[in-house]
Design a protein around this ligand. Structure first.
Ligand SMILES: [Cu+2]
Length: 66
């Protein structure tokens, strides 16, 4: 699985919970590429791990590995 990460506004953190993936992503920085091979099926929660202002707490998503 490959994630290509960039930010159009501010600094954020791309974190997949229950893994050691936690990558800062900043405006103007080159895209971050993250490769991950899940070893366990299931649902993973993705959060922004760096406080980025209003809306930070709503920056949550899920990823299902089947
Ligand atoms: Cu944030």
């Amino acid at each position: 699985m490959k994630f290509v990460l960039s930010s159009t506004q501010g600094t954020h953190g791309f974190s997949i919970q229950r893994t050691n993936i936690n990558v800062p992503v900043s405006t103007g920085a080159p895209s971050q590429k993250v490769l991950w091979t899940p070893s366990t099926k299931g649902t993973y929660t993705i959060v922004c791990s760096i406080y980025c202002g209003a809306g930070h707490s709503s920056m949550v998503s899920t990823l299902t590995v089947s």
